[in-house]
Design a protein around this ligand. Structure first.
Ligand code: SAT
Ligand code: MN
Length: 625
């Protein structure tokens, strides 16, 4: 299939280079590749250049093999199903490895469940690695992916090289990161994040392969070595487990770099919102996985005259400049969005983004060559034959689900009709407000403004949400997800909170912090707020607050909108203001108790005293309600 150039490189042994110019690479990169080729024993090395030609070569191979299927209804759209055992991140198998345990995890108290990241000692990690990695690519191709997180050449960007034996990962990394052979030269002899990924199925592989998706669920292990700027991932090809530029690098490793270099790496979307008068504000917003970051970032405003443009939908890297202004970039170049629920009504901009050059994972297919998932029922012929993500024949109305709840689209950000013209600005965009939010069916009002930076950090640290399908958890319950970073923390969460608190010093101009909740449910079990495009009404209120309008009243939990100050024109009869903003005292008393208990137990002695003080003051105010 590939033309093989038999270059025998001294320290490479006899592993052939099937594509690319190995000897032309910077020495440090050669050494990295050679070391892992020797360790993992692939049958060949394929050095990627990120070109379309290269992608087509790989796509054709995957089509032939049956891993990918073409979706003829669109241009260059492909669909693939994973092994049903490999459908989400695996938090219980994701570890941070540092010499000192408390660099990675807080000094928690008895009873802690370790929910803010797991630590593995270097000795333990070595043992686990020795059981997995040697020879793990036998009989398979090793792809070398040079990539940049952030706009090429931006002072805020960082480089990485991922080794992988999955060409699906190669195709997705091409969309999600800036992958180009230029990166090799930009790295030179400088620093880069070393990413090593394998599906963990060396040949001869005797276990059953499902859906042409060889993986190794029993042995999944995702290790981060922040001190060495290294990530090692074994056994899974799914999203956050395998597209190592994403959560592993851009959040877990980057949060370490950010701590050391004085910036922030956050699980946040970035959006630009322009009001009818033409004034633009930028908002960064943190929500746990599968809580609507992509929908908010691409919101289609229901209020006339407003314009929303997306900079990023999942990750923000932010830094205060010399003048004390916060600027942010989106380190990614694609969207890895949750498919179910996305349709031309809920998110037309996302839909438009993936009409070509996109990859769909674990969604269903229609007989006329389109994609299908829950939420698209009104947009396809009711009688159309559908093939579920598991390959079963299915029709709308039949029991069961057509797509996996965590099924995803992978689409180039540049294809989004409302991508912000400054989305690749090397300087980033100014950030004026930070939002935190989760799925809170009970007790939590539509929007709360923090009383101060410190109070806002406390609101972020108290973030909770209903569990979603993005991780391995089953069933619905309210879970803590402080700063929406629980699954992505790269170091001691107490130190991370202190890092946030420390930003509040001259000359920094602190953005206002808000907590939002689109998901409160009324007595009748229905959502109290229509959400989606109507969320612009909350954004409008926030922007007016940023302008200093007197439209907020103090409450025990923070500032709330004065009654009637959110523009409800046209939806007055759909919205019950009082029910949406009421603060049930019992609920809040037990909620803050439970939050304090959680942070005391999990973060223990590392919980910054200032944050503890904010919690105490909030509790006191709630008592007096
Ligand atoms: O699988 S990912 O981590 O990339 C998606 C998510 O959970 O946010
Ligand atoms: Mn995410």
């Amino acid at each position: 299939f590939f033309e093989v150039h038999e270059i025998v490189v001294p320290h490479l042994g006899h592993v052939p280079i099937v594509k690319g110019d190995f000897t032309g690479l910077p020495k440090k990169i050669q050494q990295f590749i050679a070391f892992y080729a020797d360790y993992m024993k692939p049958r060949g090395i394929f050095i990627c250049d990120g070109s379309d030609e290269e992608a087509h070569m790989v796509i054709n191979k995957l089509l032939e093999r049956g891993t990918l299927h073409h979706l003829p209804k669109y241009e260059e759209n492909y669909i693939c199903s994973t092994d049903p055992q490999d459908v989400a991140r695996v938090e219980g198998k994701t570890f941070i490895c540092t010499k000192n345990k408390h660099t990675s995890v807080a000094r928690s108290r008895a009873g802690a469940k370790g929910g803010l990241g797991l630590w593995l000692s270097p000795e333990e990690a070595k043992k686990e690695m020795d059981e997995r990695w040697p020879g793990c690519m036998a009989g398979r191709m090793m792809y070398v992916l040079p990539f940049c997180m952030g706009p090429l050449g931006s002072p805020l960007s960082k480089y990485g090289i991922q080794l992988t034996d999955s060409n699906y990962v190669l195709l997705c990394m091409r969309i999600m990161t800036r992958m180009s052979s230029q990166v090799f030269n930009l790295i030179g002899e400088g620093d880069f994040v070393k990413c090593v990924h394998t599906m963990g199925c060396p040949r001869p592989w005797r276990k059953k392969v499902v859906n042409h998706w060889p993986c190794n669920p029993e042995k999944v292990l995702i290790l981060h070595f922040p001190e060495e700027h290294k990530v090692k991932s074994f056994g899974s090809g799914y999203g956050g487990n395998s597209l190592l530029g994403k959560k592993c690098f851009a959040l877990r490793i980057a949060s370490n770099l950010a701590r050391d270099e004085g910036w922030m790496a956050e699980h946040m979307l970035i959006m630009g919102v322009t009001n009818p008068a033409g004034k633009e504000r930028f908002i960064a917003a943190a929500f746990p996985s599968a809580c609507g970051k992509t929908n908010l970032a691409m919101l289609k405003p229901s209020l006339p005259g407003w314009k929303v443009r997306v900079v990023g939908d999942d990750i923000a890297w932010m830094r205060f400049n010399d003048k004390g202004e916060l600027y942010g970039i989106n380190p990614e170049s694609g969207f890895f969005g949750v498919a179910p629920g996305t349709n031309w009504k809920t998110n037309p901009n996302a839909m438009a983004s993936f009409q070509k050059n996109s990859i769909f994972t674990n969604v269903a297919r229609t007989a006329d060559g389109g994609y299908f998932w829950e939420g698209m029922e009104d947009e396809v012929d009711k009688d159309i034959e559908i093939t579920t993500w598991l390959g079963q024949p299915w029709k709308i109305g039949m029991p069961g689900k057509a797509a996996h709840p965590n099924s995803r689209f992978t689409a180039p950000a540049s294809q989004c009709p409302i991508i912000h013209p400054r989305w690749e600005d090397p300087e980033g965009v100014p950030i004026h407000a930070l939002l935190f939010g989760g799925r809170r069916p009970e007790g939590v009002p539509l929007v709360i403004e923090s009383r101060s930076w410190e109070h806002g950090v406390m609101l972020g640290a108290s973030l909770k949400s209903e569990t979603t399908a993005a991780a391995e958890f089953k069933g619905k319950s309210i879970m803590h997800d402080p700063m929406a970073m629980r699954p992505f923390m790269g170091y001691n969460f107490g130190h991370y909170l202190q890092h946030w608190l420390d930003f509040n010093k001259p000359p920094n101009k602190m953005p206002k912090i808000y907590h939002v909740n689109w998901f409160r449910v009324g007595k009748d079990g229905r959502f109290l707020w229509p959400g989606f495009g109507e969320n612009i009404r909350v954004i409008d209120w926030i922007c007016r607050r940023l302008d200093g309008e007197d439209i907020a009243v103090d409450s025990a939990v923070g500032m709330l909108p004065k009654k009637g100050s959110i523009d409800l024109t046209g939806i007055e009869d759909k919205v019950n203001w009082d029910e949406m903003f009421t603060l049930p005292k019992d609920y809040w008393q037990s909620d803050i108790r439970e939050t304090i208990e959680f942070l005391d137990t999990e973060v223990g002695d590392d919980l910054p005293p200032r944050l503890r003080q904010e919690l105490n003051e909030q509790e006191e105010r709630i008592k007096k309600m």
